[in-house]
Write a protein that binds this ligand. Structure first.
Ligand code: CA
Length: 266
């Protein structure tokens, strides 16, 4: 196995440490959460990529680093990772373009993505979110924060597994085959549109879904409705969810998401 190219396409070509070294660090500190989880890091700042690689590897993750968008596409396709950490500003393909491509590819559509953004891009963060990032971190950030977010996104990915008949997120359990919804184990009666809406939101693993996406998923493709239609259904759904209504978040300028409410939420 040859070391992966680093910063390919730039003049800062470096290679990762020899595989043996990575393995030793991995074996030294194997942690159950991280064990066997494969993370693809896409970052063209070599120093930062090395720091991320070092910390993830020490935590027990198996880490691959690439330095530009084309190499990222190639690596993700060669072996789809469990999580992608993606810098937004990259040579060749931007982070936004990569997300759009990965979300449209069955092999990578369900892979969670954490996006790294620069402070100056903060106003655009919601755009990245709407395109399908699962979380974002603003540079500069501490490795402790990064590791916490990685663990949280991986955990969320696992609980939100969508194959099962029944999914539970926080206080809400939704049973697809029985068409049944419970909040704190108390049945809630929903219309078929509200049920589809909740199912779509719960299955998105905390990702922000645009109104267009929700209209397609809930009302069907090509249905001519105004955005406001979805807002009306969301309002009705929130009302019926009662105590759990705070799990349905409006993301201004982007759409809706279903996740745990945190301090500071509107
Ligand atoms: Ca960059």
């Amino acid at each position: 196995m040859s070391p992966l190219p680093y910063g390919r396409g730039s003049d800062r070509t470096k290679t990762l440490p020899a595989p043996g070294l990575i393995f030793r660090r991995y074996a030294d500190s194997l942690k159950p959460m991280a064990a066997g989880k494969n993370i693809l890091v896409v970052e063209d700042e070599t120093d930062l990529a090395e720091l991320i690689d070092y910390n993830l590897t020490r935590e027990g993750y198996a880490c691959r680093c690439v330095g530009d968008g084309a190499a990222a596409l190639e690596e993700a396709r060669r072996r789809p990772p469990d999580l992608i950490i993606l810098d937004r500003m990259l040579p060749r393909f931007s982070g936004d373009e990569l997300i759009a491509r990965w979300r449209n590819d069955a092999a990578t559509a369900a892979v969670p993505i954490i996006m790294l953004t620069a402070r100056a891009e903060e106003s655009d963060e919601l755009v990245g979110f709407a395109l399908g990032a699962d979380d974002y971190i603003t540079k500069p950030f501490s490795m402790k924060l990064l590791l916490a977010r990685v663990a949280a996104v991986l955990r969320r990915g696992r609980t939100g597994a969508t194959d099962a008949d029944s999914i539970t997120v926080g206080p809400v359990t939704l049973d697809r085959s029985r068409h049944e919804v419970r909040v704190h184990d108390i049945p809630v009666s929903l219309t078929s549109t509200e049920f589809k809406l909740l199912k779509t939101l719960m299955a998105s693993n905390g990702r922000v879904l645009t109104r267009d996406h929700l209209i397609d998923a809930v009302l069907g493709h090509g249905v001519a409705v105004v955005d406001r239609t979805i807002d009306v259904h969301v309002a009705a759904l929130r009302k019926k969810l009662g105590e759990a209504s705070s799990w349905v978040h409006t993301v201004r300028g982007a759409g809706y998401t279903f996740r745990e409410p945190v301090a500071g939420d509107a």
